[in-house]
Design a protein. Sequence first.
Length: 217
Amino acid sequence: MEELIQFDKHLLLMLNGSDSVFLDYVVMTLTNAKTWIPLYLALFYVVIKSNMTKKDILFVVAAAGLCVLCAGGFDDSIVKPLVARWRPTHDPQIGMLIDTVDNYRGGNYGFFSAHASNTFSIALFFSLLMRRRWLVVTLVCYSLVNCWTRLYLGVHYPGDITVGLIWGSIVGYCIYRLYCKITIPAVYSERLCFVPIVVFLLTIVFALCRGCYMACV
């Protein structure tokens, strides 16, 4: 176990940070939950346009909320305090070696990653719900981009991310199965599902532009 922990720390130091101010601000933009609000609204738009009744829409929204509650809420309120594994930025052994951005260090404990579990539970739930290939690719990329930002910023070990993704996949799948027992999923057209794909790409462009601007200021 000790060898695995040391490997986790060594791998993080390889993935953490860079000498690029541009990349620093791109990552800080992408790791911010507010940046992804347009993507969530785009998914909500597709749900509204594809479901016939308010009740059907409410079921989807409730399921998505349950994903976040079970994935991130369980982690933050129970697992992190119970396991009490230091974030890399607070770890007495390697904390001073972590390359931080704007001194961002996160909370004390980091096992496991709520970013990973939250984003992947949402990604898997909507992938199973809408079942459109390019949307699935987009949502997986959305989750993995969020995971990468946490490694870049040094606030999670790769092991934290891995466990977060596993837990998020379990939650997303279970919530989807529960949703299917309550109601019949709507049919989501490929045309409508391109809306969140475009919004995702625009979000990436926004982060790149903001990175350019902040690097030049």
